[in-house]
Design a protein around this ligand. Structure first.
Ligand code: B3K
Ligand code: ZN
Length: 865
């Protein structure tokens, strides 16, 4: 490999030699030649003779002035070094950049007809030479000049303080942000947008102007996002006591964006996917995600912006905490149990896979080459689980006391994960010494539990062992503080009471817990609500799981019991395939599922979640060595058996829940979800009645959720009607990339044998674009990550395809390439034939002389295994 990328180590942190507390940017926008004049006030920190060293990438440098005099400088490895500077001085740097050529979508770039920026993690250095690190906090003013006709709207952080026209047809606007911030929170947007305006009155009575900018003609899709923003602002005041600080909050939706959204101070830039929705074009999931992501970015205003990270290794300080906050927001506004189920699926599926793969890292990584590679499920989702465990251990009141102390103590600072835990500890009085280890240790702990009941002494004991398997780069593991929530039921599913519903603190390798005055052997619900991100091993018998599935008072436990039971039969049936035995599914499970479908008391979304089979990728997580063909067979067998045995109930449930007209409320969303599950099973059964139901459902659909439920079902059942649906969908939506992503995803997840050749042919479809990250994820990402059966075809065609795509994206958009490569990195868990095919493709990538730092880090870590 030709790239010699440098590793950075967390423990090598040094506070900056200089700081910048004020920067005035003067940016004249031009497609190919944007001029940036950056005037900063620089101050030496401490007593040292060191030179000023600034980061910069892809910049043309015009001039450097120190206190208005031309400075002597050198450029070394993308850094601008100025020797012999005074202790305090004004620095003026003039650079030129080419936004139109910026396909990496980092720094300043063109998204369609608009200019926008993305600076986190290290994109500001593509705008000007700067101390591009999060512990340098400066007040920014930004003056933007651009052609007035093409770019009537010019935005940056903070408040708009002045504006004017120039004689040459350009105009300018000046912005000033009163809050000191790291440069990763800088943003600039210029374009011609429609704007939706509203206001929010804060709890202290200030009126905040809210402005949502969307592409011309999209106003009718912007109302849900605005409503979500107002709900977020109100919720953060109510639950966390946190109030918005500026007088204006702006959100801009753009089509070309590498991730979901960005929390720039006062000016969020959003992937349009997480803004635009109306019933015709967006699904219930889209609506949910918009509310969630709008909330997430808004919540960053305190957890991220007002209090930021000292260095990027601390990323989970803001991300884990803000994900926890957005999950709580969704749960307070919607169904707590359903939210928990969906989040747990992400941890048990792709996060556990990441923990076990070559990129395994603690939520606070120790070694990083390319920071963008660490915006991971581990840092975000497991990071949030760690915060959730703290919440479980401390309880809401003490947790909130900790939050308050954290904010009071560190407002306006750049701090560490340790500072956060310290505030939690100081405010609560709890000893969190052992708990801190969650920040340092990678991998998924395994809890092995056995139980013992002694009728004579009426004692019930749980013996708990914890063990974390070695992970890439970290062999030694120690015991963690694991909150294990358990509850006891009697054999008929009666709840034994609150005294038997407890959080046990597992703090050593081996520990026992005892419950007294128990008169019969109880049924134990273990790891309630997934109280810790661990794997649980307990020899449940079917009967106990059926009791929990049918009678537990917790919706989560009911779902989880179904999962445990299913997992048992998934494992067993894969073994049966290996031993050439008949596949089996116990009648007790089928009867229980039937009972669940018919239970009038149950939340319909819960029924849907219980009936929906785990994906093949999450099934794969049950095995150390993945036999994807056997997993696929078992999945088909289970689904087919359920579809056949429960056919009448699915028909009945479908008819009862199909609603006459569309409404967007929790109850109707739950019904549509359940209907979608029924349709899929009906399609798998596939008799004439089923087929006509699916066709009719599609015809009658007046919203995108129902349209896609019918199409999804037709795809799963490989029904002929799918072709007509696909053609109609394409004709209707071909000019709308966001909606077409559904169409691409449907084809990328097809079980049909020609799936890959269809995916390949779609690369030249007029609605597809290699430049647009949403399209890339919808087609290439979905095929590789969500269609494991086809991706892992034994001829290696899936691997070769992904490698070709990565070859192309390596240069144009390394960040997206580096996301898409994930499924290739997990080769170690496949059979020797597939392993060697996958390795070969990684090897080929590694031989490129121009491999991006992003891909280099992942490919080299994978091949080093
Ligand atoms: N903080 C951004 C993510 C930035 C990713 C940079 N590669 C969005 C978020 O987590 O809210
Ligand atoms: Zn975030």
């Amino acid at each position: 490999m030709a790239v010699v990328a440098k590793e950075k180590h967390r423990l090598a942190y040094k506070s900056p030699d200089f700081t910048i507390d004020q920067i005035d940017l003067d940016i004249s926008l031009d497609e190919n030649c944007t001029k940036v004049i950056a005037t900063s006030r620089v101050k030496r920190q401490g007593n040292h003779p060191n030179s000023l060293v600034l980061d910069g990438e892809e910049l043309i440098l015009h001039s450097v002035l120190v206190d208005k005099k031309t400075a002597d400088y050198r450029i070394e490895n993308n850094q601008l070094c100025i020797d012999g500077v005074p202790d305090s001085f004004e620095l003026q740097i003039v650079t030129e950049i080419n936004p139109a050529a910026n396909s990496a979508l980092e720094g300043l770039y063109k998204s369609g007809n608009a200019f926008c920026t993305q600076c986190e993690a290290e994109g500001f250095r593509r705008i000007t030479y700067y101390l591009d690190r999060p512990d340098v906090l400066a007040r920014f003013t930004t003056r933007i000049t651009a052609d007035k006709t093409a770019y009537p709207i010019l935005l940056s952080n903070g408040n708009r303080i002045a504006a004017g026209d120039n004689p040459n047809g350009t105009h300018w606007v000046q912005w000033s942000d009163p809050f000191p911030k790291p440069c990763y929170l800088f943003a600039l947007v210029a374009g011609d947008f429609d704007v939706l305006k509203d206001t929010f009155e804060t709890k202290s009575g200030r009126t905040v102007a809210l402005e949502l900018f969307v592409d011309k003609g999209n106003l009718n899709r912007s109302y849900h996002a605005m409503a979500s923003l107002k709900k977020s602002m109100a919720w953060d005041e109510q639950r966390f006591g946190l109030e918005y600080d500026l007088d204006i909050y702006m959100i801009v939706a753009v089509d070309f964006f590498n991730m979901g959204a960005m929390e720039n101070k006062g000016l969020n830039v959003f992937n349009a996917k997480f803004v635009l929705a109306n019933p015709e074009s967006a699904t219930d999931t889209d609506y949910f995600d918009i509310e969630r992501v709008i909330g997430h970015e808004y919540f960053h205003n305190w957890t991220g912006n007002r209090i930021t990270c000292r260095d990027w290794f601390q990323l989970s300080l803001k991300e884990g905490l803000t994900v926890f906050r957005d999950q709580e927001f969704s749960s307070d506004l919607g169904s707590r149990a359903i939210n928990r189920i969906r989040n747990v699926k992400i941890i048990r599926g792709p996060q556990f896979a990441e923990d076990a793969g070559p990129m395994s890292h603690p939520i606070r990584p120790d070694v990083v080459m390319e920071m963008n590679n660490f915006y991971t499920l581990t840092v975000y989702e497991k990071g949030s689980e760690v915060i959730r465990m703290l919440h479980t251990i401390l309880g809401e009141d003490k947790f909130q006391a900790g939050m308050k102390l954290y904010v009071d103590r560190h407002d306006g600072q750049a701090v560490t994960c340790d500072d956060f835990i310290q505030a939690m500890q100081d405010a609560s009085g709890a000893d969190l010494t052992l708990f801190r280890r969650w920040y340092a240790q990678s991998g998924t702990p395994v809890l092995t539990v056995t139980d013992e009941f002694d009728a004579d002494s009426q004692r019930y004991s749980l013996h708990v062992k914890q063990h974390t398997p070695a992970t890439a780069g970290q062999n030694e593991k120690s015991a963690l503080h694991i909150p294990l929530s358990v509850a006891l039921y009697d054999q008929r599913g009666g709840y034994l009471g609150d005294q038997y519903d407890q959080v046990l603190n597992v703090c050593s390798d081996q520990q026992s817990f005892e419950f007294t005055e128990i008169t019969e052997k109880p049924v134990v619900a273990l790891l309630q609500d997934f109280s810790a991100p661990v794997k649980l091993e307990f020899a449940y018998d079917d009967q106990d799981l059926l009791v929990l599935l049918q009678h537990s008072k917790s919706a989560f436990t009911r779902w989880d019991a179904a999962q445990t039971l299913l997992n048992k039969y998934i494992r067993l049936n894969v073994e049966h395939i290996h031993n050439q035995q008949e596949l089996e599914l116990p009648q007790g499970l089928l009867n229980a599922l039937m009972g669940i479908l018919r239970d009038p008391e149950l939340d319909k979304s819960l029924i849907a979640e219980i009936l929906r089979m785990p994906s093949e990728s999450s099934m794969a997580e049950l095995f150390d060595e993945i036999d994807i063909d056997a997993i696929h067979k078992v999945k088909c067998f289970i689904e087919q058996t359920v579809a056949t045995q429960l056919h009448e109930v699915f028909l009945e449930t479908y008819r009862q829940n199909k609603s006459a007209s569309y409404q967007l409320n929790q109850q109707e969303i739950a019904k549509r979800d359940l209907v979608a599950v029924c349709l899929t099973y009906l399609a798998l059964h596939g008799d004439d009645t089923d087929r006509s139901i699916i066709a009719a459902h599609y015809q009658a659909a007046d919203n995108m959720t129902d349209v896609l439920s019918a199409m999804q079902a037709a795809k799963q059942g490989e029904l002929p009607v799918l072709q007509k649906m696909m053609a109609e969908f394409e004709a209707k939506w071909r000019h709308d990339g966001l909606v077409m992503d559904n169409w691409f995803r449907l084809q990328a997840t097809s079980p049909a044998t020609d799936c890959l050749s269809v995916v390949k042919s779609l690369l030249t479809h007029p609605s597809f674009s290699m430049q647009n990250p949403n399209r890339l994820r919808a087609l290439i990402g979905t095929f590789s990550a969500a269609n494991p059966y086809r991706f892992h075809a034994i001829d290696g065609s899936g691997y070769a395809f992904l490698r070709e795509m990565l070859d192309e994206l390596n240069h144009s958009n390394p960040q997206v390439a580096s996301r898409l490569i994930t499924p290739l990195l997990q080769f170690k868990r496949f059979d020797p034939v597939r392993q060697s095919l996958m390795r070969q493709e990684l090897q080929r990538l590694s031989e490129r002389a121009d491999l991006s730092r992003d891909l280099y880090e992942k490919v080299s870590r994978a091949l080093a295994q």
